[in-house]
Design a protein around this ligand. Structure first.
Ligand SMILES: [Zn+2]
Length: 350
């Protein structure tokens, strides 16, 4: 069992505003973006060389590359160093993530992949400035490199931002997205816990019947699959953000075999259930439950929580293990289809 705990005391929030960009500022922003794009593509080239030749291409090496490039190229030096350094850092992060995904043998569909070249007409401008590259004065946003922008302050910015991302969307609108540190607002303590299974049929199935998240739309198309992955990603991020904000603990549970373990008695089936099989039938204790509900109930057990505590988060209703999804054949019906559940197909897991 591996469970890690999110213990960070402070979180951060993003505050995004529309920008009014003068033609002078526009020329400057596009110039900064052109230089940043060059830096990014140079990183891509270095990274490809590194993979082919087994060279080092870590963050320190890329930082050095930027320093050298700024020394050699006057035109690159004309731009602010802040967004260029941020871009090198972002590149390093996504490259490290891609390499870790490959090492972890994550299914290709779930991988973000190695950072790709940013093409001139395909990539929307995006520039990141840390605190030392941004200043708000008289309601205007000043960026290093002499860029001055008018922010449409549609809501109050609650604190000094630690960074800002300036970007243009596909419609040509410019935005400033500020990052602001937030202090936790703990909610009263309860001893309730909830288990969540991120799913295929639903975005999330939980140990509580009232907290399940259905997919906005589900189907077999690749696009629907991608939309579902994005929905799961967004829900996870929001969950962690809210947990940080309100002083709740999130245990991240290793997902291996969560669909094969019985939440009732801990037995593990010998073979993975095919995706078409929507109910989990334990050959050891005989518990029958909807497949995703069973997985959700495995989570708190793995996180070392009292499963009874998880049950308390459930709305009053019938026992989960006695529920069946409509349309799923009952135990006996499955047997008649020539799939006799045999005790040999299960082993006790402790
Ligand atoms: Zn069982």
């Amino acid at each position: 069992m591996t469970a890690s705990q999110e213990t960070e005391k402070t979180g951060h929030a993003r505050f995004t505003y529309r920008l009014r960009v003068s033609s002078t500022a526009l020329t400057k922003l596009l110039g900064e973006w052109a230089r940043c794009r060059w830096v990014w593509n140079e990183c891509c080239a270095r990274s490809q060389k590194a993979r082919a030749g087994d060279e080092e291409c870590g963050p320190a090496r890329l930082d050095k590359m930027l320093t050298e490039a700024r020394t050699t190229n006057t035109w690159l030096r004309e731009g602010s160093s802040v967004p260029q350094q941020q871009l090198v850092r972002d590149f390093g992060k996504s490259r490290t993530k891609a390499l870790m995904d490959i090492k972890a043998r994550l299914p290709v569909r779930q991988r973000a992949g190695m950072p790709k070249y940013k093409k001139r007409y395909a990539a929307d401008p995006s520039l990141n400035y840390t605190r030392r590259g941004l200043r708000i004065k008289d309601g205007r946003l000043h960026l290093s490199g002499g860029v001055m922008l008018t922010v449409v302050w549609s809501r109050h910015l609650p604190a000094d931002p630690s960074s800002v991302r300036i970007y243009r969307d596909s419609l040509g609108h410019w935005y400033a997205s500020f990052v602001v540190a937030t202090s936790p607002q703990p909610l009263p303590e309860t001893d309730a816990a909830i288990g969540i299974d991120w799913g295929v049929r639903e975005t999330a199935t939980t140990t509580s019947d009232t907290h399940d998240l259905p997919h906005a739309e589900h189907g077999r198309k690749a696009a629907a699959g991608l939309a579902a992955d994005a929905a799961i990603g967004a829900a996870k991020r929001e969950l962690i953000t809210m947990a940080r904000k309100h002083g709740r603990i999130v245990h991240l549970v290793h997902p291996a075999h969560t669909t094969m373990d019985c939440a009732q008695c801990g037995a593990r089936t010998k073979h993975a259930l095919p995706l078409s099989e929507r109910s989990y039938t334990c050959t050891v204790c005989g518990a029958v439950s909807p497949r995703d509900k069973n997985s959700a109930r495995v989570m708190p057990v793995r996180a070392g929580l009292n499963p009874a505590g998880a049950d308390r988060a459930r709305a009053a209703g019938p026992q989960v293990h006695s529920q069946r999804e409509p349309g799923i054949p009952a135990f006996g019906a499955r047997r008649s289809q020539g799939e006799p559940p045999s005790p040999l197909h299960a082993k006790v897991y402790s």
